[in-house]
Design a protein. Sequence first.
Length: 232
Amino acid sequence: MISSGEGAIRVERPTKTLRELALEKVRDAIISGHFKPGERLVERDLCAQLGVSRTIVREVLRHLESEGLVTNPTNKGPMVALLDIGEARQIYEIRGALEGMAAKLCAEKGDPDLVAQLDAALASIRKAYALNDMRSVLEETTGFYEALFTRVERQIAWGVVKLMTVRINHLRSMTIKTEGRSVDGPKQMQLIVDAIRAGNGAAAERAAIDHVRAAAAIADAVLSAQVPAAES
């Protein structure tokens, strides 16, 4: 016998729509490098690969264009955007300023729970690197920096960083794959955590800025050698 209680047989709405799922898939494919900079994104092919309608594919491409991951040149159709080296440098400048500030405030706060949270995030990043799970590296790194900002109540600064998250992760997806980054990156982040643990604000700020500058130098070299997929 079916229960007469309210909601007993209610069909639960999926947590994510088909459009949202398709958006995540294409975004991840661009960030991971499955779709290369300059590569054309053919609607018909995406419909077949994703198993969704052309309407959804068009909505996804428009959204990714607003995020800067897709461009739509006249008479060429949508394609993966080439990362602009000038924009990348500006992103790293903003990151360095904001992350340095957040690290300094974290050190001055002297919060053992925050240090434990950063230690755990860094351990997860190292584990993801060991498993060659680059998606998890990106996710755990975002979590590391979210804690850095929000535990010192700098939600507005974190909001600014979040607005750039897609582009930051696009850049980060390139730098984390370069030789030695799986060791050097976490080592540099460890210096940030150690300085916060010691309550040394100046050292924490310096370590955060040094980490960003190292990533910026790698990105600069990669982007300088960037060749569109159509030309390679």
